[in-house]
Design a protein around this ligand. Structure first.
Ligand SMILES: NC(=O)c1ccc[n+]([C@@H]2O[C@H](COP(=O)([O-])OP(=O)(O)OC[C@H]3O[C@@H](n4cnc5c(N)ncnc54)[C@H](O)[C@@H]3O)[C@@H](O)[C@H]2O)c1
Length: 348
């Protein structure tokens, strides 16, 4: 059986991680890397001797042996480049976000289906063993009901100009939240601030409300003194903190909460004067995580789905759900944080 042959577009910050991961993925060959900047291609040639480099996307598209295109270019270019790849009959793995506008994302999803090509989005965190473990922890009855979640993805830099901090950073948080909650939000409100570059928000606060009554809050910024990648989930019985930059203890489960204590003999749930709430102290547990690099898992998954058929975990519909939420959050931001109803999911 011949290897799945790939062309990778974009050799900036993230592209080389994809090139390395696919180069190490069994059953696949990275045949081309394309970037508009020859000096980046020269570096790729030095590091990956067997890979052909080109500044012309058409070289990749016109090679009939190229099965799939991987797109790691700036977010604003994703939709157009992915459409060109699908039109040439290639499978596509596009970095997050799938597109920068809902309509462009919908077109891509529909087109991939008519072309019978795989469209997968690089929502890497859904392949992250810590996020998967977090899912299992909060779905376990011992966690109680999931009440709310808040997430911080902040540090100093990298300053983008094609998209704001919301579109650059929050795709990760939104994809994780949809995966954890298994639920689609009904309302969003968001506010942002463009301090460094005019018109491009460096910081954004987004607030999501779900039909179950759960809420999730997301703070993203590239204007912050220190790097913070934490997500806290509060359950009715336990709480958990996921810290992506703490390899020693990415997850910490707090067996703590509140419990009812009677203030007189005979606790009567119908009579609030008969009881009070007291903090229930308890252990902090850092569970073992069978760690594997998320990007490697994602790359293997893409190759397997091309080879064996099936639907990728982070398919075009998955990517489109994230785009819809970010688009509604952007509309809210443009209206000073007005609470906006997120269009319900319709089949694209
Ligand atoms: N999944 C993740 O964890 C993760 C992490 C970082 C970045 N990303 C995503 O990866 C993508 C790239 O981000 P980055 O930080 O590497 O950006 P970058 O600006 O460092 O690199 C992008 C590269 O694309 C090239 N490029 C632009 N248009 C092109 C075209 N038409 N043809 C060929 N090359 C073209 C540029 O010359 C540049 O070298 C973004 O979509 C970003 O959201 C994902």
């Amino acid at each position: 059986m011949r290897d799945i042959t790939l062309g990778i577009l974009g050799a900036g910050y993230w592209g080389p991680n994809l090139i390395r991961s696919f180069a190490e993925t069994p059953g696949c060959e990275v045949r081309y890397v394309c970037d508009l900047r020859p000096e980046l291609l020269a570096k790729i040639s030095k590091r990956f001797h067997q890979v052909k480099v080109s500044t012309r996307f058409d070289d990749l598209l016109n090679d009939p042996e190229v099965d799939a295109i991987v797109i790691a270019t700036p977010a604003a270019t994703h939709a157009e480049l992915a459409m060109r790849a699908l039109s040439a009959g290639k499978h596509v793995l596009v970095e997050k976000p799938l597109a920068h506008e809902v309509e462009a994302g919908e077109k891509l999803v529909r087109f991939a289906e008519t072309q019978k090509r795989i469209l997968m989005v690089g929502h890497t965190f859904e392949y992250n063993p810590a996020v998967r473990k977090l899912h299992d922890i909060i779905r376990d009855p011992s966690f109680g009901d999931i009440v709310y979640l808040y997430s911080r993805r902040v540090n100093l830099g990298v300053l983008r100009q094609d998209v704001n901090a919301l579109w650059n950073l929050a795709p990760h948080d939104v994809s994780i939240i949809l995966y954890l909650f298994e639920e689609y939000p009904q309302y969003v409100s968001a506010q942002g601030l463009a301090h460094i570059r005019k018109g491009v928000e460096d910081v954004a606060f987004m607030y999501l409300e779900f039909p179950s009554g759960r809420i999730a809050s997301v703070h993203v910024s590239w204007l912050d003194p220190s790097k913070d990648r934490t997500m806290t989930v509060i359950g009715s019985r336990r709480m958990v903190i996921y810290d992506d930059v703490d390899p020693e203890a990415r997850l910490k489960i707090y067996d703590r909460g509140f419990e009812i204590e009677s203030v007189m003999s005979g606790l009567d749930h119908a009579d609030p004067s008969s009881y009070t709430y007291r903090v229930r102290p308890g252990d902090i547990i850092a569970p073992y995580i069978d760690w594997k690099e998320p990007l490697m898992i994602e790359c293997r998954h893409f190759v397997e789905v091309i080879r064996n058929g099936g639907v990728p975990l982070t398919d075009g519909h998955n990517g489109l759900r994230v785009v819809r939420i970010l688009a509604a959050a952007t509309a809210s931001m443009r209206q000073n944080g007005r609470r906006i109803e997120i269009p319900s999911l319709v089949k694209t």
